[in-house]
Design a binder for this molecule. Structure first.
Ligand code: BG6
Length: 443
């Protein structure tokens, strides 16, 4: 029913995620006139009054000059707040909630099962007066078993189509670009696979470090933080057989199939590193073996990709902030091949490098930089609109855990190689490349 306000129920409204991402994204979307009429029902651990919550959130918004204070003034008026435990008693005020609702879990992951159960027990997953969805922030589990457990708990009350697993990379412009490229250039499909491609490289390099997130990152590391979710999603979008229709369920099925076809990663084809000085970061255990850099070499059993390595890597405090998906073509008689490059950052774009008379010739198409948090905004809007194309399915998430699991196990022992801050990362990353293959540096 148009005009019925949508209920955005935020569990954890007073937490870090809400003030750092959720509220700013809402203000931005409102500035752009993209939000439907909303009621924002917040619950949190803090014993603050409603006005105090608005004030405190406002103080964070005020630190972001790009956010229009007039838009914030309107958004703050939508906010209702209650201190509550994440339990059926705590969330009881929601009983009988009418109309469509998105339940957004801006909570520490250990509370996800409790939250889903409490909402379910209160009958809030039932779609009597409007659709109901639950949005779960990362990390979605710590390994395969915990992800399966979380999926089971969610599915006790919510159908798969009601569960939105947030992966902001799926809101990046480069992902839209990749989908469009494959969709609108069917001729590329003949080359897209072992026939044309020698290897695929997916890199996401950051110059940032921990940014005060030690409490989260220490138990996580680069393999869980970046590769299991974001980079394997990119891989799935590259490796999948393009669905006949670009509709959510077909796209999800195609990605799931691509992930299912991946062989589990071998610890021998994995590399990890830790930047020098990581152990002295506030909140980090001395002697921590958490990796701040991870790289994998993966193979698919799909006929299209047989024998083609997929190289994935991501790390923090590296020499540059750049991200790309590169499809390296088979080398010609000169020993060099061309490549197709999809850039994620610093600019979104596409480059085609081919071997010409004078050596490598590069065609560049630049779409410009992605706005900060732009991808997160897209995902939040997709969650409010219930556009499932932007959310990985249960099978995708579990398959991705299956792929990384042997390396997670192996990395419980030993230590990551230390690399200097501002360097290209550990030497070990080069050892997993097959002869003639290389990582592309720079943006
Ligand atoms: C997040 C990770 O999911 O993605 C961060 O938790 C990482 O550690 C970030 O820095 C990178 O994404 P973006 O879009 O901010 O470059």
């Amino acid at each position: 029913m148009s005009g019925t306000p949508l209920n955005l129920v935020v569990l954890g409204l007073t937490g870090d995620l809400s003030r750092r991402l959720l509220l700013p994204a809402l203000v931005r979307l409102h500035m752009e006139g993209r939000l439907p009429p909303l009621r924002l029902l917040g619950f949190g651990a803090e014993a603050w009054g409603e006005e105090e919550v608005r004030e405190r959130l406002g103080a964070f918004i005020a630190q972001r000059p790009e956010l229009d204070p007039r838009a914030w003034a309107e958004v703050r008026g939508w906010i209702r707040y209650r201190q509550a435990a994440i339990s059926p008693q705590g969330l009881a005020p929601l009983r009988g909630l009418e109309g469509p609702a998105l339940f957004y879990l801006a909570l520490p992951p250990r509370l996800f099962p409790k939250a889903a159960t409490a909402l379910g027990r209160l009958g809030l997953a039932r779609e009597r007066t409007g659709w109901r969805r639950i949005a779960v922030e990362k990390p979605f589990g710590q390994d395969l078993a915990s992800a399966q457990r979380l999926n089971r708990v969610l599915h006790r009350h919510f159908r798969e189509e009601q569960v939105l697993r947030m992966d902001h990379f799926l809101g990046k412009r480069a992902v839209e670009n990749l989908l469009a490229l494959r969709r609108h250039n069917p001729s590329l499909e003949a080359l897209w696979g072992r026939a044309g491609v020698a290897y695929v490289e997916i890199t996401y390099a950051e110059t940032l470090g921990l940014e005060g997130r030690a409490a989260y990152y220490e138990g996580t590391g680069a393999l869980r933080d970046m590769l299991q979710n974001h980079l394997l999603q990119l891989l799935a979008l590259v490796a999948m057989d393009p669905p006949a229709r670009l509709e959510a369920l077909s796209l999800r099925a195609a990605k799931a199939e691509a992930l299912r076809a991946l062989e589990a990663a071998s610890p021998k084809a994995a590399a990890r590193g830790q930047y020098q000085g990581y152990g002295e970061e506030p909140g980090v255990r001395p002697g921590s073996r958490t990796e701040t850099f991870a790289a994998l070499r993966l193979f698919s059993t799909a006929p299209r990709w047989q024998g083609v390595p997929f190289y994935l890597r991501s790390g923090k405090r590296l020499s540059g902030a750049f991200g790309h998906v590169a499809l390296a073509f088979h080398p010609g008689p000169r020993g060099a091949g061309g490549r197709l490059l999809l850039r994620l950052k610093p600019e979104v774009g596409l480059a085609l490098a081919l071997q010409g008379e004078a050596g490598e010739e590069v065609l560049e198409f630049r779409l410009g930089p992605e706005p900060e948090f732009g991808a997160y905004e897209e995902i939040l809007l997709a969650a409010l609109e219930g556009d499932l194309t932007h959310f990985p399915s249960e099978v995708e998430v579990e398959e991705a855990w299956r792929v990384v699991e042997p390396v997670l196990q192996a990395w419980r022992r030993g230590r990551p190689e230390v690399y200097p801050q501002g360097s290209p990362g550990p030497e070990a990353q080069h050892r997993l490349l097959l002869p003639g293959h290389r990582w592309l540096e720079g943006g």
